[in-house]
Ligand binder design. Structure first.
Ligand code: C2O
Ligand code: CU
Length: 472
């Protein structure tokens, strides 16, 4: 049975969260994440214990003993080599989310590699074509392994350093803890699968509960915001500040200001912000998570000094990445993709493991979603594209639930939403599709191999919302 927290996301956690916050004194710098600059790196996945509140050690899965795993940093165009050592007692893989990677390194079990068995190792090696903010995470039983802690940030540095005073990660995760502070062991619950996914009751930022992020008044900081939650759509409000958006899912955009506005990230998405610290030295300014139920402070910007400067000039645009943005819409191949299922949906049956099954039988296999009538990875690709062809996907989200649609190996643009053309939409690897939305996605299929397209609400993916395509 799902615990009460899935129906009431914040209430149980909030009480404990605020209690913990009162004693959460932060060290210098930002808590939680160790950054490493390395071209060669060993990533060991193993069981560990993590402190989420003063008195509790929570059993987790961790890369190199920490959640998030180390922040891997590498310069654009370089080759990253990471040796994964699996010291878990289950299979795992690593997926490098948003990297336009060589297919064999994409980390998808069955499609691009064999899962790495307990005790075994796998050598990932790939060049990083695009600068920006990416992340890595388990792609094996990810609804369980990511929730248990197997994720980290991957930062690809621009050739020229971007002019800010500090570069700070803001990795937001959502945990579902039981009353005694353990990770709720009920993974892949059918209620979560068929509704909004596994929503938690405890929020961490950079793996810490209500951390203080040290800054100074007048500083210009780059905040690399990532939503690593299984399913929660995260909307943030930076009180007292007007951050600029400079990149989405790693790809630069013409800088625009949020004003006093809010920032929404679907699971898997990243946003790079430039924030000029405007609050007085000595002050602590909340970063709030906002939803229909209210506001929860998840971190503070703590101004520990004053640079004596004040800025408000727009930040410079990031240099563009070598992404093929020349969509040839007239010559494009087209694929239709209808997503059905979920609670209160109209799916009667779907094909699963080669057989047509009525919904009753599907749910016995924990399947609640289909793409073009197929639950889970079908035998046939959604489409096959010759390398270099433009692809248009006409996607119809034929159910009431929002979904975070993620394409592997490519970035795409949403060129039309509900009939309305979107000439200036950004390049992304993950987009949020609302209930009953129709969108038209387009990209140049220039990366050969077999690639997944799935919902990044990890319970939805586990419940059937995944497919694949081939670039040959
Ligand atoms: Cu970040 Cu297929 O996932
Ligand atoms: Cu979904």
């Amino acid at each position: 049975m799902p615990n009460a927290s899935s129906a009431e996301p914040f209430s149980p956690g909030r009480r404990r969260f605020l209690a913990a916050g009162a004693t959460a004194a932060a060290a210098i710098g930002w808590p939680g994440i160790r950054a490493v600059r390395a071209d060669d790196f060993v990533l060991t996945a193993a069981a560990a214990t993590k402190r989420l509140e003063a008195a509790h050690g929570v059993p987790v899965y961790a890369y190199n003993g920490s959640v998030p795993g180390p922040e891997l940093r590498i310069r654009q165009g370089r080759t990253l080599r990471v040796r994964l050592k699996n010291r878990l007692d289950v299979d795992t893989t690593v997926h490098w989310h948003g990297i336009r990677i060589a297919n064999a390194m994409d980390g998808v079990p069955e499609l691009t590699q064999d899962a790495v068995a307990p005790g075994a190792e796998f050598e990932y090696g790939f060049t990083v074509p695009d600068a920006g903010t990416y992340w890595y995470h388990s792609h094996r039983f990810s609804f369980e392994q990511v929730e248990r802690g197997l994720y980290g940030l991957l930062v690809v540095d621009e050739a020229q350093p971007y002019p800010v005073d500090r570069d700070i990660p803001l990795v937001v995760d959502d945990w579902r803890l039981t009353g005694d502070g353990a990770i709720d062991p009920l993974f892949g619950d059918l209620h979560d699968i068929s509704h909004a996914g596994r929503l938690g009751n405890w929020i961490t930022v950079n793996g810490a509960s209500l951390p203080d992020i040290d800054v100074a008044t007048g500083e210009r900081i780059r905040l690399r915001v990532a939503n690593t939650a299984n399913a929660r759509i995260v909307t943030l409000h930076f009180r007292g500040h007007s951050p600029w958006v400079i990149a989405l899912d790693g790809q630069p955009v013409a800088p625009f200001t949020l004003g006093g506005g809010k920032l929404t990230l679907a699971p898997g998405q990243r946003t790079d912000l430039v924030l000029d610290v405007a609050t007085a030295a000595g002050s602590r300014t909340p970063i709030d998570l906002v939803d229909q139920r209210g506001v929860l402070t998840i971190a503070h910007l703590s101004a520990r000094g004053d640079t004596g400067t004040a800025r408000s000039d727009p930040p410079p645009a990031l240099p563009v990445n070598p992404l093929d943005t020349n969509l040839d819409l007239d010559a494009a191949i087209r694929a239709e993709l209808t997503m059905s299922g979920g609670a209160m949906g109209n799916m009667q049956s779907a094909r699963f493991e080669g057989r047509q099954m009525p919904i009753r039988e599907l749910v016995e296999h924990d399947m609640a979603w289909s793409m073009n009538g197929v639950a889970g990875m079908g035998e046939a690709p959604l489409f096959t594209a010759r390398r270099g062809r433009t692809v248009i996907i006409d996607l119809f989200n034929d159910n009431r639930w929002p979904h975070a649609m993620h394409v592997h190996g490519h970035h795409f643009r949403v060129i039309e939403r509900n009939g309305e053309p979107l000439p200036d939409s950004p390049w992304r690897d993950t987009t949020l599709v609302q209930g009953f939305d129709r969108i038209r996605m387009a990209f140049v299929a220039d990366n050969p191999g077999r690639w997944m397209l799935h919902c990044h609400m990890l319970e939805h993916a586990a419940g059937g919302m995944m497919t694949w395509f081939e670039v040959a």
